[in-house]
Design a protein around this ligand. Structure first.
Ligand SMILES: *[C@@H]1O[C@H](CO)[C@@H](O)[C@H](O)[C@H]1NC(C)=O
Ligand SMILES: [Cu+2]
Length: 240
């Protein structure tokens, strides 16, 4: 009986001690506040999709894989092709696993753009450098150190409305991947005409199988000396 009473109360305690989420963005000299609390909230309005908590997504088929459960934002930020966007994390605690930055081109207005279908592609990523999986030589270790990540919008990206998705994949628990992804709305200007090949476009969720070697991995055992992030590489036709 005691546990029945305690369980709901415990469930209400936000797990802010670990984990993390993108909490703001910087483009040029402008800082765009992201969402920093626990949904739902209406103030301030943000360019970011609201998300419910700092907790990880554990399975590749979970709807939270796309934007940590968020489905819309009130604002969007202008950015030029060739300009950088810096995502900022108020907290981040893991140092093993890749950073991956994705875009999705909207067919029209943001109000009708939810990132459905096979339209997500990477513009930036960093996995492991060196050959020791159980090390701090990972993209996410740089987020741990700097609490930010800067990526260039490809110079030849076609202008339009885009969703940007910052994804941290934490691999510190053997064979228990933790995904952390947040999304925001960008209006890209420029005169690019780049057209990605279809083999660089993915649906999210399920851009990779749960048993992808870049997803389900034991960094402490197994003798691996290299790592390939799930979801392919950044298209070589992009100009940075
Ligand atoms: C801009 O982003 C690229 C990655 O796309 C990065 O290598 C570069 O350091 C960033 N520039 C700045 C000033 O942060
Ligand atoms: Cu965590």
């Amino acid at each position: 009986m005691r546990f029945d009473i305690l369980a709901p109360a415990l469930a209400l305690v936000p797990l802010v001690a670990g984990h993390g989420a993108v909490t703001s963005y910087v483009i040029g000299s402008t800082t765009y506040p992201g969402y920093e609390g626990f949904s739902p909230a209406s103030s301030p309005k943000t360019i970011q999709y609201q998300w419910p908590d700092y907790n990880p997504t554990m399975t590749v088929t979970d709807a939270k894989m796309r934007c940590n459960g968020g489905t819309r934002a009130d604002l969007s930020a202008p950015i030029n092709a060739g300009q950088n966007i810096t995502a900022v994390w108020k907290q981040w605690t893991h140092q093993q696993g890749p950073v991956m930055v994705w875009l999705f081109k909207c067919a029209g207005d943001f109000s009708a753009c939810k990132g459905d279908g096979k339209g997500w592609f990477k513009i930036d990523q960093m996995g492991l450098w060196g050959n020791v999986l159980n090390s701090n030589n990972w993209g996410t270790a740089l987020v741990y150190k700097n609490l930010k990540w800067s990526s260039m919008i490809p110079r030849n990206l076609a202008p339009g409305n885009y969703l940007i998705r910052h994804e941290l994949l934490a691999l510190h628990q053997a064979n228990t991947p933790q995904f952390y992804a947040e999304c925001a709305q960008l209006v890209v200007s420029g005169s690019g005409t780049a057209a990605l090949p279809s083999d660089h476009l993915y649906s999210i969720p399920t851009y990779a199988p749960q048993n992808d070697p870049g997803v389900t991995v034991d960094i402490y055992n197994g003798g691996g000396t290299s790592y390939t992030p799930p979801g392919g590489d950044v298209w070589s036709g992009f100009q940075f």
